[in-house]
Design a protein around this ligand. Structure first.
Ligand code: AHG
Ligand code: MN
Ligand code: MN
Length: 342
């Protein structure tokens, strides 16, 4: 570095501490949890980057040279995020896509933890073997059961509006962590040289309108009529509204959402004949993504109701999901309403 040169790097941990200092009433416990999430993200990132070597190192289900079972990457990610959340001592129970039941953390500090944690430890995992981006999605709530008592399902069946923080990690051409505590959405890119997440996308605002639509069009015949009409609308020529739009679909919610968040667009996973409730999970896919979308100026619904207002009925509940630029979500709603009209 030249004499007098300065650097402007803000690391994730510094950012978390600064935010806490701006809000002296906020306690350090959420900061500690976010710090540990950052550590798990780095561990999972390292593992995912080596995924291509799986044939050399031993395929999932096989036994490696140390005689240990080689775990599937989603199990690996699950284990490491659980370990990180436990290490923070701030969380009394966890819900994960990989666990049928809630996981109660009743040892040490965790028993009195103020928070519960929901996660999809590896989203888009079928993309790993073809080297396409995957992610981790997480969501944090205050518990509703009294501290010291055994947490239960009621802690998890809270509407998404009650989230105190939500975020995702995208393991892509760069690895990024994006999160919000309800006070702006900020993105951090992992600098592999120094092993730190560095603030790269402060205060993300999603465009009000966009020209990307993301939906699995292979399911077209099974879509509700309003969605079919909206897709046709996206494909019509209208230079004034930049149509036809561009179709982009990776098949990894985190990656599809992240691109649309930055560029403007809409992601839709509607109900279909095969999945009448939709495919995506309310607690650990839709709610955290919806919370981020709204705090970046976007919208998220199930086609009629705001996602964050839905009261969950079960841990692994699926819902239809419409998320992205506000003008685009409003537009698809128009089509949905029109097709319902008698
Ligand atoms: P997961 O890998 O956690 O099971 O999630 C996959 C999800 C989501 O990431 C993606 O948007 C969607 O499945 C894709 O589904 P289709 O293959 O049906 O399009
Ligand atoms: Mn998923
Ligand atoms: Mn998953």
């Amino acid at each position: 570095m030249k004499a007098g040169a300065s650097y402007q790097i803000v690391t994730l941990n510094e950012f978390i501490i600064n935010r806490q200092a701006e809000h002296p009433e906020a306690r350090g416990d959420l900061s500690r949890l976010l710090h540990h999430i950052g550590i798990a993200a780095k561990i999972v990132n390292k593992k995912i980057n080596k995924a291509g070597l799986v044939d050399i190192l031993g395929a999932a289900g096989a036994v490696n040279v140390q005689g240990e079972d080689v775990k599937k990457l989603d199990v690996f990610a699950n284990d490491h995020f659980i370990a990180a959340v436990k290490a923070s001592g701030e969380v009394c129970a966890i819900a994960s896509e990989e666990n049928q039941e809630i996981l109660i953390l009743d040892d040490g500090l965790s028993r009195d933890g103020h928070y519960i944690f929901c996660m999809d430890p590896l989203d888009g995992s079928s993309n790993i073997e073809v080297n396409v981006s995957v992610g981790t999605i997480f969501s944090i709530y205050r518990r509703v059961t009294p501290g010291g008592e055994r947490p239960d399902l009621s802690d998890f069946l809270q509407p998404g509006l009650r989230q105190v923080a939500a975020g995702y990690v995208i393991y892509g051409s760069s690895t990024m962590l994006v999160y919000t505590t309800g006070n702006g959405v900020d993105g951090f890119t992992l600098d592999p040289g120094i092993g730190e997440f560095c603030l790269s996308h402060p205060d993300i605002q999603t465009p009000e309108n966009g020209r990307i639509y993301s939906i699995n069009e292979g399911n077209y015949v099974h879509f509700p009529p309003g969605v079919k009409r909206y897709i046709k609308y996206c494909q019509e020529i209208d230079p004034q509204s930049s149509r036809p739009y561009t179709s982009r679909y990776i098949g990894s919610l985190v990656s599809d959402f992240h691109r649309n968040l930055l560029h403007g667009g809409i992601f839709i996973y509607p109900e279909t004949q095969a999945s009448p409730e939709g495919k995506l999970r309310l607690l650990y896919e839709c709610n955290p993504i919806a919370y981020i979308a709204e705090h970046a100026g976007g919208r998220a619904t199930n086609g009629s109701q705001r996602t964050l207002e839905q009261v969950p009925e079960s841990l692994h509940q699926r819902v239809p999901f419409y998320v992205g630029s506000s003008a685009m979500v409003d537009k698809v709603h128009e089509f949905l309403r029109l097709s319902e009209a008698p």
